[in-house]
Design a protein around this ligand. Structure first.
Ligand SMILES: NC(=O)c1ccc[n+]([C@@H]2O[C@H](COP(=O)([O-])OP(=O)(O)OC[C@H]3O[C@@H](n4cnc5c(N)ncnc54)[C@H](OP(=O)(O)O)[C@@H]3O)[C@@H](O)[C@H]2O)c1
Length: 281
């Protein structure tokens, strides 16, 4: 598969590059997905079979006050890349989030659930999905959640361990449940789906779910660093952006089509060790 990976320096992008080869990597410093001319030139000259777009504005809370930046990157960027792929006969794999959903319906979320984002970030990602899909039938949108890898050194488990080492008091919410998804496993699933020319929206998260405080405790246990985690509720930790309520899990098409589930997340899997996280899922 001749591929390009946009956002190659991020958690997911770096894992995709590991799978599809270093020549696929396109970093933010090389091309911004908001630059239509540069994106067109890139896709035209490199002639990939598949373009993976991992570039995103992911600062969920900051997006509430930086709406324009979030929209430019998360909503307009995917349209620009999808259009360049259409014109140059490339498949397009884009990534989105459980934050396009409000969590009000029956769980787990399915692709058929009607999106209803609660935040600027969620709205910008939903607009990105729609804009990309409108460009044609060559588009796959993989919705994921709570991605963690080790490219940036800033993933949730790494930050928890870092904060514990710095002697910070750890207070982590216990009433938001997610499917922590290891970037390496998600990258492998995305390559597989691209190879099969999957199109439309598909949910891609790891098996097994955990509340954030459980995820934090598991990360500390795996790191061998003993620290207390105080469980708090979302009400006690107000944030600018609203998050979907508990059990924001995603489930769906991949499973129904008999695809292998992504492995249960291991908090220590950024170290490739550790016990599985799970709440029976
Ligand atoms: N992380 C999560 O928990 C999570 C959850 C659900 C969905 N997702 C989605 O999964 C995808 C991958 O996320 P991730 O965790 O791998 O993100 P990440 O680690 O934050 O990486 C994003 C990458 O995009 C680059 N970037 C930002 N703006 C760009 C632009 N205008 N043009 C080109 N590159 C740009 C960033 O470069 P700089 O750092 O140099 O700006 C960074 O390398 C995203 O679509 C994200 O929305 C992530």
């Amino acid at each position: 598969m001749k591929a390009l990976v946009l956002g190659a320096g991020g958690q997911l992008g770096s894992e995709l590059v590991r799978l599809v080869g270093p020549e696929s990597a396109v970093r933010h410093t090389e091309v911004s997905i908001t630059d239509a001319g540069a994106v067109e030139e890139l896709v035209k000259s490199r002639k990939p079979d598949v373009v993976f777009n991992c570039a995103a504005y992911n600062a969920v809370d900051r997006a509430e006050s930086e709406k324009e930046a979030a929209i430019a990157i998360n909503a307009e960027g995917p349209r620009i890349v999808a259009a360049a792929c259409r014109r140059n006969d490339a498949w397009f794999v884009h990534f989105s989030t459980n934050f396009v959903l409000d969590g009000a319906g029956a769980e787990p979320y399915a692709e058929s659930d009607v999106p209803a984002p609660l935040s600027v970030y969620g709205s910008s990602k939903l607009a990105g999905e729609e804009n990309a899909l409108q460009e044609g039938t060559h588009v796959l949108v993989v919705r994921t959640a709570a991605v963690f890898g080790r490219a940036t050194g800033r993933s949730f488990p790494e930050r928890i361990v870092e904060r514990a080492r710095a002697g910070e008091k750890l207070r982590v919410v216990s009433d938001q449940t997610v499917n922590p998804t290891y970037a390496r496993d998600l990258a492998a699933a995305a390559v597989d789906l691209a190879g099969q020319r999957f199109a439309g929206v598909v949910h891609g998260v790891a098996d097994g779910c955990a509340a954030w405080d459980e995820f934090a405790r598991a990360a500390l246990a795996e790191s061998g660093y003993p620290a207390e985690v105080e469980s708090i509720t979302t009400d006690a930790f107000p944030t600018p952006a609203r998050r979907p309520p508990p059990a924001a899990s995603l489930e769906g098409r991949r499973r129904r089509l008999g695809e292998k589930p992504l492995k249960k997340a291991r908090a220590g899997r950024f170290l490739d060790t550790g016990s599985e996280l799970g709440c029976g899922g």
